[in-house]
Write a protein that binds this ligand. Structure first.
Ligand SMILES: [Zn+2]
Length: 58
């Protein structure tokens, strides 16, 4: 995979790819990783990317 989370790609995202991570509740983090939970996709920061999906929904 190429550098999908850098440069111009981020500019094109809503709010430039930043927001509040649903897992760690930090704001202003880049939500660069999408985790599939059932039929929806949750965006989390890089810290939370390795957390299993079932923990995110809890
Ligand atoms: Zn996070």
């Amino acid at each position: 995979m190429a550098k999908n989370n850098r440069g111009k790609t981020l500019r094109s995202l809503p709010n430039r790819g930043r927001g509040q991570c649903p897992n760690c509740k930090r704001t202003g983090v880049k939500l660069m990783y999408e985790i599939k939970v059932d039929d929806k996709t949750i965006k989390v920061c890089k810290v939370c990317k390795n957390i299993p999906a079932e923990k995110l929904t809890a």
